[in-house]
Write a protein that binds this ligand. Sequence first.
Ligand code: NOJ
Ligand code: CA
Length: 713
Amino acid sequence: MPIRLFLLTMACAMSLDAQTLRSPNGRLVLNFSVDPEGVPRYALRIAERNVVLPSRLGLELKEQPSFLNGFRVTSTSRRSVDTTWQTVWGETRFVRDRHEELTVELRQDSVGGRALRIRFRLFDEGLGFRYEFAEQDVLKHFIVSGERTEFRMTGDHTTIWIPGDYDTNEYAYTQTRLSEVDASQGKNVGEIFSKTVIGHNFVQTPVMMKTSDGLYINIFEAALVNYPAMTLEIDQRTFALTAHLAPDAVGNRAYLQAPCVTPWRTVLVSDDARDILRSNLILNLNEPSAIENTAWIRPVKYVGIWWEMHVGTASWNYSDVSNVRLGSTDWSSLKPNGRHGATTERTKVYIDFAAQHGFEGVLVEGWNVGWEDWFGQWKEEVFDFVTPYPDFNVKELQAYAAKKGVKLIMHHETSASVTNYERRLDESFRFMKDHGYDAVKTGYVGRIIPRGEYHDGQWMVQHYVRVAKKAAEYQISVNAHESVRPTGVHRTWPNWLACEAARGNEFNAWSVGNPPWHETVLPFTRLLGGPMDYTPGIFEIKMEHYFPDKKEQVHTTLAKQLALYVTMYSPIQMAADLPENYEKYPDALQFIKDVAVDWDEKHVLEAEPGDFVTIARKARGKHEWFVGAITDENARTATAALSFLPESATFVATIYADGPNAHWEKNPKAYRISRSLVRRDTVLKLRLAEGGGAAVSIAPASPEDQRSLRSYR
Ligand code: NOJ
Ligand code: CA
């Protein structure tokens, strides 16, 4: 080759091998390079500060030549995107997707030209990238045995984490330095029924970090639909985080067939914690709705026969025998235990309550046969999802609910026997439609069947999507408990309204519970992936209310329970306490009745992970606004500037605040309600008790309000 041509080729190769991408506002900079060994790497900076140091990219393929090095760049392409799309339901009506994209085509010449594409999308608040496999002769069907994607941190960041686990996210959070993470403590958490802690230095994503100079960094993933969930292994000396994938029953990670893509790996970064909560990056990296007609999908507030089982005054099971069998047990001959919650009569109480107070949904758990030995047996045929207990009359309740204008919500606890559930899915959904149900709460408590699979493995990830898809065929909405944590997939399947996939309010009923800071962490972690069915709204805070010697309690004030309807976004929100408890506090219940579950706008006013969150939202299609402010175990004053209100109009703010001596432990039920006139220049100062909160509803002032109420001071 003539020397000049050689130099030119070299220059081209070098320039291809080193790429720079800037975010739309120029603050974030991504560098991509391939090192002399042919290892692809990336680095991320924000305004000249390092966020991710040069970090390796790559996967391990089973029984294949190495897929980690020997790459060269054959071409690159770029694209600027600035579009806006409309949500079916959500925190905002419109979502802007503005990013710069870089696609790098890589090739391993020594492996017959085996090709890998890496696609980067750089937003103003963070980075997403994924691996893509084009159709090619040398790579068709393949098994991923590991992922080597790194996120090399610049130091020993303060980190809010839960243990890396293949089966659950239902842990309480811990805050330590990266070097101090000890996830093996997860093994001692007795109250989580099915858990598989990976090792002392593995943490779940999303993981929330803060650098010593005030940068907030969050690492997560988006569009997890055909791959195992990602946890992170921490090198506690170098602070390099490396992707770790949940295995399947035989130790493999993912089975892929080209053409295909992996989920996106994401890094959010800002020096303002509020930007983490404002971000739509995860949603933007998911595919648009796969459901064409979405008119039937409805956000909902609901009540249900549920909390009474968790506090222990009622049972899911009808009788106390411990050995039953679908198909041969004669359910009507079993001796009732007298505590069964899901009776026809009790369901009518809830339907009446829902109708009276404007709740659209009534969930009933424990209605179907099989609960006698549902748990802990690793039993396959536990439930059939179509046979009610003798004291639950499906037809009668269908008619009763319809007459009252209320929708019953179905419960499918699979007890993690997923094979059984899949076999019965069509029949179960048909049964629902035949009996007036159009939403289902699913559950996966226990060890997964197929035996050896994990809740977060590829097979289960596919299962959750399969259920959402099948449910959509029946126009059924889904709320999945004990599923993998969501990664924005509800954009694609908007009938998949929510997941649990974190430690919900229920833990407060029967375990050490959720410490007061818990709800100030969730928006920065679990909620980044999508709505959570947290089940707020508990008014009888202390379980001694039910049993004098019960020490458990909700670790918030009553007012904070109200604020959670605003700070914890979900299109389905439960009013989780018992009707008889709500009847005692009708003025506080009013907030739950009024608060919206679907929104036009979101305004993150104040936020610090683990400390406090103040958010305002505008109800979708209405002139109503709601503010929620919550704090951790420390009292503080939240500041809510109402500058999001329209100009030159006067509104009434109804403030549900902690009482003067409120305290999550010593005096949780003290609250007071006040009403005053506000305008867009009003700044609310909300005093939050230890473990407290404040909820505010804002609506246009009537002439009578303007005469009778005073301006907020
Ligand atoms: C665990 C769920 O999170 C909870 O909400 C449900 O009541 C029980 N499983 C029983 O299915
Ligand atoms: Ca659960």
